[in-house]
Write a protein of this length. Structure first.
Length: 590
């Protein structure tokens, strides 16, 4: 008597079962086991959600701020296949692509994405909002999840005709659907679809098309605002949390602005000195965000990237030794020399020669390495002029702070009040040595200098949040004697400074530039007004009796234009926002 099974018929065989039959039986058993494991995982997840007391999709209210339900959450526990809730049945190939996206691409994203505070936050955003929306909308599923999986697999198998055809169909259908959707009321699905297509264009190297999609997303959000029509719980999540759209669109546009015409290709190695410093840490982060790799000369906080190979950690015992950087520059395409002597020693002999030697040493090592295409030096406003109230001057490329040099090298005793002059003189000497080297050696690489003023903004380590050069921390500690040294100053956000380092490396039109990066003219009364608003319960020093600003100025138009070109940013970040990011931070504990 025959025993019938799906796909395979077994008739009490007296001999060996044919190989083809064994393969079919094994494949069917594997699919059954995989479906069982997947069903159990979904059911376990549903029980965990219920145990946490999270609201169901039916019970949620517009005011709820918890994670929202998706079709997966609403699938009955006795349903054999939870994916039967999908808007369209999937072929076996599409099931494979969905499985690949969930098992391979999502975990990989969790190790590299910096948009969320924790991996769990990112996991919920991907699975509940992104994939959840795809389950209820077949066009979005194809243009986002399935297309992305196709593209990723095709990187290793570019000649696969089936995947190539599928990717083309998903892309064409996504574009056609987007065009049709734009003729009517804008729904959240439309915004998500445009974001998905932007990601595909960026990943495929079509940066201009990606920028157009992102600008379209911004226009839809700005023009429609809260009138975007949600048609599912997951879409309501997108409308209720527009910051998610803003963050993702900003991040995608940031990547899309990595124009194809760059001095070094994506994936190139960038050497950053002084990497545990405030500015350097942000420079590293921005290069990583654009797909570059980084070598750095001291330990730091980017453990995840180091584990995935985006970082190379290099120890250089003495920056001033001959050939100190010879090994570090091997295979490097660009160098950002951000490191500086920040001891604020009042003895010029302990600071200035060492600062100059560090610059010269890395330039010489780069001269010996043919792979180096770009070198960026982090200078300072102090190298151009000393910020003194009442002094009127327009600073240009040829301006140097000779006053500080003279004061720094005056005969001893070396009192503490000389330390600012010594620091300024070290920056003068180092940058002059930089340009002298360029004029004399005519190196094969391009050299640019970033000239920032006082830097504020988001700390990425506790030592950035409370140190000698963090002026917000100085205000919180009430150290008026320190503030009195510079009653007025220019201040720029650290993200702007880091973005200009990246732009100066990547932009082929920027050569031998001295980019003045001063930001906003301000004084301590402006700071006090902001911190009182942000921390109304804390008592600060009283305002200064006179509201005065510096009379010095410079042309910052080239730097502002680079911010627009490479960060899609109109002007400098507002001072209030910069101070807030510095205070509302886990590392700031004053």
């Amino acid at each position: 008597m025959k025993q019938k099974f799906q796909f395979v018929t077994v008739s009490n065989p007296s001999g060996p079962v044919p190989l083809a039959s064994r393969k079919l039986a094994h494949a069917y058993a594997s699919r059954q086991m995989h479906a069982k494991v997947r069903r159990q995982r979904v059911q376990r997840y549903q029980r965990e959600i219920a145990a946490d007391g999270r609201p169901s999709a039916e019970a949620e209210t517009p005011e709820s701020t918890t994670a929202l339900g998706t079709p997966l959450d609403r699938t009955p526990n006795d349903r054999r296949d939870p994916f039967s809730a999908m808007a369209k049945p999937l072929s076996s190939q599409e099931y494979f692509l969905l499985d690949y996206y969930l098992r391979v691409m999502v975990p990989n994203c969790l190790t590299k994405c910096g948009l969320f505070k924790t991996k769990e936050d990112h996991l919920h955003a991907l699975l509940r909002d992104w994939v959840g929306l795809g389950i209820t909308n077949k066009d979005f599923l194809g243009a986002s999840v399935l297309l992305s999986a196709c593209r990723t697999i095709l990187k290793d198998n570019p000649d696969d005709p089936v995947l190539t055809q599928m990717a083309l169909e998903y892309k064409q259908n996504g574009i056609r659907t987007l065009r049709q959707a734009l003729s009517g009321p804008v729904q959240a699905t439309t915004v998500a679809l445009a974001l998905a297509l932007a990601m595909d264009e960026k990943n495929f190297g079509e940066y201009e098309a990606a920028q157009q999609h992102i600008h379209g997303v911004r226009s839809m959000v700005q023009l429609r605002g809260s009138s975007i029509l949600p048609s599912s719980p997951t879409e309501r999540a997108m409308v209720r949390h527009p910051s998610r759209i803003a963050v993702l669109s900003n991040h995608l546009l940031h990547l899309a602005m990595s124009h194809s015409k760059t001095t070094i290709p994506i994936g190139s190695l960038v050497l950053v000195t002084g990497a545990t410093g405030f500015i350097a840490a942000h420079v590293i982060a921005k290069f990583l965000a654009r797909g570059y790799k980084a070598s750095w000369l001291v330990n730091g906080r980017f453990k995840t990237q180091a584990e995935t190979g985006d970082f190379t950690l290099i120890a250089v015992p003495d920056f001033n030794a001959d050939g100190a950087f010879d090994e570090a520059v091997k295979g490097v395409s660009a160098i950002a020399h951000v490191a500086s002597v920040l001891t604020f020693d009042s003895n010029p002999n302990n600071v200035i020669p060492q600062t100059v030697a560090g610059v010269t040493s890395i330039l010489v090592s780069a001269l010996r390495e043919s792979s180096v295409k770009e070198v960026i030096f982090t200078s300072s406003l102090m190298a151009s002029i000393f910020p003194v109230l009442g002094h009127e001057e327009i600073v240009d490329r040829n301006s140097w702070n000779e006053v500080a040099v003279k004061a720094a090298w005056a005969p001893p005793p070396y009192d503490d009040d000389r330390s600012n002059f010594v620091y300024a003189a070290s920056k003068v000497a180092a940058e002059k040595a930089l340009w002298h080297f360029v004029d004399e050696k005519k190196p094969h690489y391009t050299v640019n200098a970033i000239v920032p003023s006082g830097v504020t903004g988001e700390p990425v380590h506790e030592k950035h949040a409370d140190n000698h050069v963090n002026w917000v921390a100085t205000i919180f500690k009430g150290q008026k004697d320190r503030l009195d040294e510079f009653p007025a100053m220019y201040f720029v956000d650290v993200h702007d400074v880091a973005a200009l380092h990246v732009a100066a490396v990547l932009d082929p039109e920027i050569r031998n530039a001295r980019l003045q990066t001063w930001g906003h003219s301000s004084n301590w009364n402006d700071f006090l007004h902001v911190v009182r608003e942000l921390r109304p319960q804390k008592e600060f020093i009283p305002d200064y009796p006179e509201y005065r600003l510096l009379s010095i100025s410079t042309d910052q138009s080239e730097s502002v234009a680079l911010l627009k070109k490479w960060a899609d940013q109109d002007g400098w970040k507002p001072l209030k926002d910069s101070i807030a990011e510095g205070i509302n931070n886990a590392f700031f504990k004053l």
